[in-house]
Design a protein around this ligand. Sequence first.
Ligand code: SAH
Length: 237
Amino acid sequence: MNKKFLITILIVWIIFALISSADAEQYDQERQLMVEKQIKQRGIVDPQLLDAMLKVPRHLFVPENLTLMAYNDTPLPIGYGQTISQPYIVALMTESLNVKKGFKVLEIGTGSGYQAAVLAEMGCQVFTIEVIKILADTAQERLKHLGYPEINVQWGDGYFGWKEEAPFDSIIVTCAIDHVPPPLIEQLKEGGKMVIPVGPPYSLQTLWLFTKEQDQLTSENLGEVIFVPLLREVREE
Ligand code: SAH
């Protein structure tokens, strides 16, 4: 009886192990295709970035019922009215910052934690702020579980940046606002870059890349985008 029970458990475990390794392989292939077709073929060249996007398991950053769509060429809902950005937009924003290993990077809008994981995978020291508590907590748990315990997640309004950790080499804002928050400009290092979608909520916005030089900002227009708005009120959920 006991022996039979143990054998049943063993068989069930082997079946589960086989299924999950087949799943992992399938997702690896989808991820390779994503990087090839959606990222490389659209002109992204930074080898560290391509490598990071090949490594970070995007399907573990989306809700379970959407894992099969994780490598599609679209943003996806992550609950609470928020989204994980389209893979190409993640790549475009990250490449524009020209980050190097050891860079101190501030992200506004943790969401699922995917963008933060890509930056950490590139060797950056990541500080990320999320305004919705349940998303901040879930992302922190997920990042710890997936091997990124060094990413610092804070619940709060990212409009004010993270003063105690400033200045930053780079700032990435993944929600849209109609002006550039002055505290973020202050917290950017001389020579540092900030990428941010500027424009009205739920409408076409412009993705701007700013570089801080002699306390002035030079700007480059990276194209039109649609991001969820930067909320000015902290929420539990
Ligand atoms: N970078 C995320 C996607 C971000 S979606 C990822 O990789 O998954 C934009 C996120 O910004 C949402 O989670 C939203 O809750 C958050 N957000 C909106 N306003 C904010 C604010 N004032 N401060 C910090 N985060 C904010």
